[in-house]
Every structure is written in C-alpha cells, then in structure tokens.
Write a protein that binds this ligand. Structure first.
Ligand code: TYC
Length: 93
C-alpha cells in the first residue's frame, strides 16, 4: 500500500540499541552513557549496566533507524574519546 495514499497504515520500524560487555570500560562510564545519551534514570542506568556486565549485552531502548544510528555513533565517539573499547550495535525489532 502506498504510504502517500494511506499514511495511517505506516508503521515505522523500531531498532533496538544494544550495549556489549568488555573488561576495560568502567561501570561509571557506561552509566554516564545510559543517562546522557539514552536518557535513563540513575537506577535504570545501573540496572542496564549490570545486565550487560553479567549477561554480555543489554538493550538501551528502541528507536527509529536514524535516532538509533545516531545514538550508537554518539556512544562510540564518546567511548573512543575517553579511551574505552565499549561497543554498541543496532538490531531490527
Ligand atoms: N565489564 C565492565 C567492568 O567490569 C563494565 C561494563 C559494563 C563494560 C557494561 C561495558 O557495556 C558494558 N568494568
């Protein structure tokens, strides 16, 4: 169906942003990323960080492709500037 004709049927895809665990990025930095880039409360940031730390990866949220891609790029940028190997990826929901 053409979205120009039936705009109400458009269902934008969501993309999950995942944070991956590593041995070198500090817990404090990961929580800072979750609070400043993913707008999490300190309690939620701590919960997600610990999930990544104990299970290898965790979801930071679901966003449009553009927003998800920007959040991944901003995360990687900040991590590299601080000298951390933190990795983040996108996954279609
Ligand atoms: N495993 C890291 C440590 O023990 C903490 C960490 C958590 C790193 C989450 C990355 O996405 C991450 N310092």
């Amino acid at each position: 169906m053409l979205s120009a004709i039936r705009p109400e049927t458009r269902k934008p895809k969501l993309y999950k942003v995942w944070l991956l665990n590593d041995d070198y990025t500090t817990m404090e930095f990961v929580m800072q990323v979750l609070e400043s880039i993913f707008n999490k409360s300190p309690a939620e940031a701590h919960r997600i960080m610990m999930q990544v730390h104990t299970q290898g990866r965790g979801v930071c949220g679901g966003y449009s492709y553009e927003v998800a891609e920007t959040k991944v790029a901003t995360t990687l940028d900040l991590a590299r500037r601080e000298g951390f190997p933190l990795q983040a990826t996108l996954e279609e929901e």
